[in-house]
Design a protein around this ligand. Structure first.
Ligand SMILES: [Zn+2]
Ligand SMILES: [Zn+2]
Length: 224
């Protein structure tokens, strides 16, 4: 299995390639169709080899190019039911800041919001509670509902312990200086509970959407 980081400026998307298929995680900020295409080319993955697109959650910087990459690959788009309308209307909310910097940064983002245009896309697979197996898509792993940053946040947990968590954890300025809590969250208690769930289920390496991967046991320390 190979994992490719797709840098999109503000955040990362991820491409996972297995023998039987490829999976895209997140759709980044708007206007990134070319970046996705280039990343697929560099990975040697044909757009039609992408079997599924999982959106970790419905904030603007994770759904921005969803319509583009769906059209490019023809792959179904999976997202939690609590947030599907954010993508299907192209109108995601902005979560509350939970740190001083998060509160300031939110004001900056709010000012920019009228300039951000999300092209709506239809969600094909509506995720719910519990697990969604990725085995039928050729990927040894599953999608788990991990709320806290937002109500419908999900994580992709591979059988080898790699966990793609969206914004359930952050590791990059301006959204987090060291690995740990997101600066925006609906419910920090739920964030910690979801971290615990991932650790219990065998998460070993955390791949955040904002920043570089880090060892999952950092979450165990930070949550206590
Ligand atoms: Zn977010
Ligand atoms: Zn984000």
């Amino acid at each position: 299995m190979e994992i490719f980081t797709i840098p999109l400026g503000f955040d990362n998307a991820y491409l996972i390639r297995e023998r039987q298929g490829a999976l895209l995680i997140d759709a980044g900020v708007p206007g990134q169709a070319k970046t996705f295409r280039k990343a697929l080319d560099e990975a040697g993955v044909l757009p039609t080899e992408v079997k599924l697109i999982v959106i970790t959650h419905g904030h603007w910087d994770h759904i921005g190019s969803a319509r583009d990459i769906k059209e490019m690959t023809g792959a179904p788009l999976a997202m939690h039911g609590a947030e599907r309308s954010w993508l299907e209307t192209g109108k995601p909310p902005l979560p509350p800041g939970v740190t001083a910097w998060g509160k300031i940064f939110r004001v900056i983002l709010l000012a920019a919001t009228p300039l951000i245009r999300i092209v709506p896309a239809e969600v094909d697979i509506v995720l719910g509670e519990g697990y969604f197996s990725l085995v039928p898509y050729g990927i040894p792993g599953r999608v788990i509902h991990t709320p806290g940053h937002s109500p419908g946040s999900v994580s992709v947990l591979l059988d080898n312990g790699d966990a793609f968590v969206g914004d359930l954890a952050m590791n990059r300025f301006p959204l987090g200086i060291k690995p740990g809590l997101p600066i925006f969250a609906d419910d920090l208690g739920l964030v910690r509970r979801s971290w615990g769930l991932l650790l219990d289920r065998g998460a070993r390496t955390i791949y955040p959407a904002h920043g570089k991967p880090f060892a999952a046991d950092i979450l165990g320390g930070a949550s206590s």
